[in-house]
Design a protein around this ligand. Structure first.
Ligand code: ADP
Length: 789
């Protein structure tokens, strides 16, 4: 233990990567041929769509270990001291509930998918004929877009405006187009449609989906990197605001509850949200030109409706995305708010100034309504509203976020409550940004209920973080949420599940009703639409392909940055990389591993079949055999998987080179990212993956299966087509033991045999920019796109 490990350091100054040496394949590779740079993604064996969303991701509550070191066991988030809210049946009838429309004839099945593809720079639509090779990453680092897309020629804004005008023109006669049928209120997804009510034979033309199918539009234009908006002054961004007073629900909404942090410029400044757009800009405003538009982009008012946000309510990457993206949007001068359920196990150590701002929110539910209180607080400068229902259902006082039979009802209620809050509070965001099936009903409510109540303004962007979880459920949810009309919503064109007759699919509803759907990497967008990874939603994605694209997640470098990370004993950067080895020592000390020359291979993640658990298990023994140490931090809501890994932990209890930590511990994860040499991500499928992105920042070389976002962000040292200085890890294609060994074997061999090359790889990893800078701009382009539709 006392022995100082020999590390792959070079005493001499670090030279840039030696192209010849980096490109040279190692000799000890087992199955190295498996690592091909541009193979078509494989389907994921053994993974099927989850029909019962009640058993979806859950925070783990693993039992404590028996090893001595397990005294330092997993810290779960602090649990609210008080028990479940006193269950008061507070259901009452609510006057003014929207009356359901009379059922109408359902449209026929949509046309087969067209060959057109959206081409969104930075918001890349998948391209079936050309899986993007590593060298084609238009959304990252300003690289070129795939040929055939419009990414290389950003259209001037005037073109976008022309398109908006075009869309307001009468029909072109295409079936299902705007002309094909006048719109059936209240489902317009477009501004132009708001003034054209009428009966609705066939597919509703004003529906965002209908227009997308039949009316090709040009996707949002990526702002050139050099034209990035100047950030708002720091003092304005950070200034805490007075909390908005809650208005009486009965009052007509006039002003937004919270003023934007940065004064909006242009047409929106000082305008009550309920008012129509001013017909002309103020006299003093210069006439907008094609580029002027971007330079003076009005501040947007964006509301995220989300089931998770790091660190207060985190199960997986979705939580990190909301945390990081909301910050990035605010830094760029937009006004951002976040609406979350008020879980009983929120991490209150990260919540500041929580206080009630809306005491009497009555949310329609079945034939009555449930009384809710809405709290406001800051979570590391993010403005958050937490909705607390008071009912015997005890929706969010259950100790964990997911894993209950009524999960669909719980989150359907949350979705209804969130939009009811927006409406009652007089908030009219420019964009409501929803996440995953849990909040996919928000656009359905917006267009089916709240638009006719005056919420014409908001547009909806839905980010799908994982297609495995779709919220497939029965008709009960329609009754509960007041949507009723099963004959309408069960229809194939709306929420009817593609695979299970008689079932509703909430995620599908989100796709159909949202103005734009983003998933979390371009490769995953391709895989879900064209490569069998959509878990039954492939036809729906084809139908709505014009409003579908992929944006690779970013990482919040305020949190995940070894230069400023307060969770690790030694901070380090690319020029002080030796500090990493102090963290390696600390990690060994924490897990009582032997001091040695060995590299540490790590795995951090949910213990879910998606993450490639067979390969994780294989990697443990393979690493030990090849002279490496292995650490694992993971948790599972599935008792069988938990038991399996507890058995493994007991089996390896006496190994000085292996430690399995079963539980969820974000603070500990920082130490592992900083102390490990390699991060293993052998997923069956991976929408984006944050572990490899975080690992890159910490100079921990990722060893990944080349699927989804992993393929978009990790470039194999020996086989990638990328320039040498962009190669940042090891990857393999086939989901089997030889495939894994082909990559992990090369990584361990390089560590031992070419420590200087390994060190160069670490530096390449640390240099790659996976911040929210580019994805933030991509999302702003999406927002601009949908605001003008
Ligand atoms: P997913 O969203 O599928 O769970 P991602 O890779 O996108 O996977 O995000 C996982 C995030 O959750 C990362 O920030 C990772 O560090 C964190 N995480 C996963 N499991 C654990 C755990 N047991 N303890 C601490 N953090 C974890």
């Amino acid at each position: 233990m006392a022995k100082k490990p020999t590390l792959p350091t070079t005493e001499k100054p670090i030279a840039p990567a030696d192209p010849a040496s980096l490109a040279k394949p190692p000799t000890q590779t087992s199955g190295a041929a498996d690592a091909k740079p541009e193979a078509t993604p494989n389907s994921s064996p053994g993974v099927g769509p989850k029909v019962s969303p009640g058993i979806e991701r859950q925070q783990a509550e693993a039992p404590q270990g028996k090893r001595p070191e397990d005294k330092q066991a997993t810290q779960s988030g602090p649990v609210k001291a008080s028990g479940p809210t006193a269950a008061q049946p507070v259901v009452q009838s609510v006057p003014g509930l929207p009356t359901p429309e009379a059922p109408k004839a359902e449209p026929t099945r949509p046309e087969p998918p067209t060959a057109e593809r959206a081409a969104t720079p930075g918001v890349q639509a998948p391209n079936a004929s050309e899986p993007a090779p590593y060298s084609k990453q238009p959304s990252r680092g300003g690289a070129a877009s795939p040929p055939g897309t419009q990414a290389q020629t950003p259209a001037p804004v005037s073109a976008i405006k022309e398109r908006v005008v075009e869309r307001e023109e009468p029909a072109r006669g295409a079936p299902g187009s705007k002309s094909g049928a006048s719109a059936e209120a209240p489902v317009p997804g477009r501004r132009s449609a708001e003034a054209t009510p009428g009966p609705a034979p066939g597919i509703e033309p004003r529906h965002p989906a209908a227009g997308a199918v039949t009316e090709p539009v040009r996707p949002p234009v990526v702002e050139p990197r050099t034209r990035t908006l100047p950030e708002a002054p720091a003092e304005r961004r950070r200034k805490p605001e007075a909390e908005p007073p809650a208005e009486h629900p009965a009052k007509p909404p006039v002003e937004p509850l919270v003023e934007p942090l940065v004064e909006p410029s242009g047409a929106r400044a000082g305008r009550p949200f309920a008012e129509p757009e001013p017909s002309a800009p103020p006299e003093s405003a210069p006439a907008p030109g094609p580029y002027h538009y971007y330079e003076q982009r009005p501040s947007l008012y964006v509301v995220h409706v989300t089931p998770e946000m790091a660190p207060v309510a985190k199960v997986g990457g979705l939580a990190d995305v909301v945390f990081g993206l909301s910050r990035e949007l605010a830094i760029r001068g937009n006004h951002v708010e976040i609406i979350l359920p008020k879980y009983d196990n929120l991490r209150y150590d990260h919540i500041f100034q929580m206080h009630p701002v809306y005491e009497d929110l009555w949310v329609p539910w079945y034939e009555g309504a449930i009384h809710c209180t809405v709290y406001f607080s800051f979570v590391h400068d993010r403005k958050c509203f937490f909705i607390e229902p008071h009912s015997q259902d005890n929706f969010f006082n259950r100790g964990s976020l997911y894993g209950f039979k009524d999960d669909v009802l719980r989150f359907a209620f949350f979705s209804r409550a969130a939009i009811e809050f927006l409406w009652k509070a007089g908030k009219h965001p420019d964009v409501i940004h929803c996440h995953d099936w849990q909040t996919a009903l928000v656009p359905v409510f917006l267009y089916e209920v709240y638009q006719s109540l005056g919420m014409h303004h908001p547009r909806v962007c839905l980010t799908i973080h994982n297609f495995l979880h779709q919220g497939v459920t029965g008709v009960e949810v329609l009754r509960a949420t007041g949507l009723h009309r099963p004959e309408r919503f069960m229809a194939y064109e709306r929420l009817g599940d593609n695979n299970h007759r008689g079932a509703l699919n909430l995620l599908k509803g989100g796709i159909v009703y949202s103005n734009f759907i983003a998933t979390v990497s371009p490769r995953y967008a391709f895989e879900t639409k064209d490569s069998g990874q959509g878990f039954g939603l492939e036809p729906t994605l084809h139908t709505h392909h014009m409003k579908y694209g992929g944006v690779v997640n970013g990482v919040d470098y305020d949190v995940w940055n070894p230069e400023v990370d307060h969770h690790i004993p030694a901070r380090y950067g690319i020029d002080s990389i030796d500090g990493k080895y102090d963290n390696k020592r600390a990690l060994r000390h924490r897990f009582m591993l032997a001091e040695s020359e060995k590299p540490i291979v790590a795995f951090i993640g949910r213990l879910d079949p998606q993450k490639g658990l067979e390969l994780v298990r294989h990697a443990i023994f393979y690493s030990l055999e090849k002279g490496a140490q292995f650490v694992l931090l993971g948790s599972s809501p599935d008792p069988r998987i938990n038991a399996d890994f507890w058995g493994l932990k007991r089996m390896l209890n006496d190994s000085p080179d292996c430690h399995l930590e079963l539980g969820f511990d974000e603070d500990l994860s920082h130490l592992i990212y900083a102390g490990a040499d390699m991060m293993l991500v052998p997923s069956q499928f991976e929408p984006c993956g944050l572990t490899q992105l975080i690992a890159l920042r910490y100079g921990t070389v990722p060893v990944v299966r080349s699927v989804g976002g992993l393929a978009d962000t990790v470039f194999d040292k020996d086989h990638s087509l990328r320039p040498l200085h962009e190669r940042n890890g090891y990857s393999f294609e086939t989901y089997d033991a030889p495939g894994l060994e082909s990559a992990l074997g090369r990584a361990i061999a390089c560590y031992y045999n070419h420590p200087d090359h390994f060190r160069d790889l670490m530096k390449n990893a640390m240099r790659s920019d996976n911040s929210w800078n580019h994805p933030g701009q991509d999302y702003l382009n999406i927002y601009d796109f949908i605001r003008h539709r």
